[in-house]
Write a protein that binds this ligand. Structure first.
Ligand code: PLP
Length: 458
């Protein structure tokens, strides 16, 4: 067989891709007809495809390449670690320096007494850990019946059996027998789509109090934990009303429910603080992390665990019978540590707060004046715009729901910009290192794509 390289014609690569590669979250037969866009290189905020197009990546891959593509300093760390110790496990009373150093660094960055790290290979795996961990915690406390986890409709926590169950995505639940038992869902704080005549603040309280109602319905002695993303990402970058998280915190505290913040997207600078929980003013017992932990340079995730939960499980007198071969993988851990060091050395959080965010926010929020846009929201460097046929009434497209967003995404792609769509919401999460000049390119391409989408439906 000939060696398959970046230099092969696009059509040949597409044919091989269709023949042998099954894609995640994809209708493969439809993709095979169209042919995947083949990405060959990345540098900074730009990707190059097999046709030589330079594409501005407004999603940082899948919300992960926060330092941008092509960093030699991270690649060198990976190469060195592969030579020194490519792999060893952390199961049977062994450890290694990359896992130790990264855990210590994460504990230093994490707020409060979130001092302990259990590694995973991804955000989904980490959330599977969280299900087992919180159930184990209450078990050791002598409350094995306290095992229900409350999550939210339209939340996203991954696509393993556990992660997909915690998530509240109808499409995921429709396949494969999800959710698993003892995971229940309440409404999301999505004021724009579901808030009706209420103010955002009123609606935030209404949605948070669904948690209290659910706890009272089930009995607090049966509820182990509540999980939520500080800002819903895959659900459409839904920034909750200011009243929402303080009320959730109050309810968790009142009823003795563990609070899990899924920081897979919001962790490590995305909202302008190290963690979205800090931006939202909450104090979780457990955080889920992945993505920005390594800026996507290596697959790694984990759970950051507070003293109380950690010490209870650690002192149970028994093993915590859970783990993955690649927990704390030395290469991934070394890469993640270097990534965190660079975030500090290059003051990336300051860049998000003082350069990228105000500059993008002004231009992003101005898109709300476009005839197709109902609202534009941005927090740190994650944002969304709602496409609407009727700006005044926050109306959704009726018969063609979801297709306008899809068409806008296609126009963006044709204009060499990656913006993703969730139904008829366009979402962005560019690399945190994006500069004002790159933001100008971003906005120009986004505006052109919106204009073309609008012209197509008029
Ligand atoms: N949690 C959140 C909030 C996510 O956004 C994602 C992925 O997008 C996950 C969990 C799952 O992470 P992974 O895809 O690494 O399994």
């Amino acid at each position: 067989m000939t060696k398959i390289t970046n230099h092969m014609p696009t059509k040949e690569l597409q044919a091989l891709d269709a023949a042998h590669h099954m894609h995640p979250f994809t209708e493969d037969a439809a993709l095979a007809k169209k042919g995947a866009r083949i990405i060959t290189r990345g540098k900074g905020v730009y990707l190059t495809d097999s046709e030589g197009n330079e594409i501005l990546d407004g999603m940082a891959g899948l919300w992960c390449v926060n330092l941008g593509y092509g960093r030699k300093d991270i690649a060198e760390v990976a190469a060195r670690q592969m030579e020194e110790l490519c792999y060893y496990n952390t199961f049977f009373q062994t450890s290694h320096v990359p896992a130790i150093a990264l855990a210590a660094k994460i504990a230093e960055l994490a707020p409060g007494d979130l001092n302990h790290v259990f590694y995973a290979g991804s955000g989904s795996e980490a959330n599977d850990t969280n299900i087992r961990l919180v159930r184990r915690y209450w078990d050791v406390k002598g409350k094995p019946e306290k095992n229900i986890i409350i999550a939210r409709k339209n939340g996203y926590h991954g696509s393993t059996m556990g992660g997909g169950s915690l998530g509240g995505m109808a499409g995921i639940h429709a396949q494969g027998g999800l959710p698993i038992p003892n995971i229940v869902h309440i409404g999301q704080p999505h004021w724009y789509a579901e808030g009706g005549d209420m103010t955002p603040e009123e609606f935030g309280l209404v949605r948070a109090r669904e948690l209290e109602d659910k706890i009272n319905e089930l009995g607090a002695d049966r509820v182990a934990a509540f999980i939520g993303e500080p800002v819903q990402g895959a659900g459409g970058v839904i920034i909750p009303p200011s009243t929402y998280w303080p009320e959730i915190q109050r309810i968790c505290d009142k009823y003795g429910i563990l609070l899990i913040a899924d920081e897979v997207i919001t962790g490590f600078g995305r909202t302008g603080n190290w963690f979205g929980s800090e931006t939202m003013g909450i104090k979780p017992h457990i955080m889920t992390i992945a993505k920005g932990l390594s800026s996507g340079y290596a697959p790694i995730g984990g759970s950051i665990i507070c003293d109380e939960v950690y010490h209870t499980v650690a002192n149970s007198g028994d093993d915590f019978n859970h783990g993955y071969t690649y927990c704390g993988h030395p290469v991934a851990a070394a890469v993640a540590l270097r990534n965190l060091e660079i975030l500090e050395e290059e003051n990336i959080l300051d860049h998000v707060r003082n350069v990228a965010h105000p500059y993008l926010a002004e231009r992003w929020n101005a898109l709300a004046d476009h005839p197709l846009v109902g609202e534009a929201r941005l927090i740190g460097l994650m944002g969304s715009i709602a496409l609407t046929p009727d700006k005044a009434n926050r109306a959704a497209f009726a018969s063609e729901a979801g297709t306008v967003g899809y068409r806008c995404r296609e126009r963006c792609f044709a204009n060499n910009l990656v913006m993703r769509h969730v139904g008829d919401r366009m979402i962005i999460s560019p690399p945190l290192v994006i500069t004002p000049a790159e933001i100008d390119v971003f906005i120009a391409r986004a505006t052109k794509s919106l204009d073309e989408t609008y012209a197509g439906i008029k």
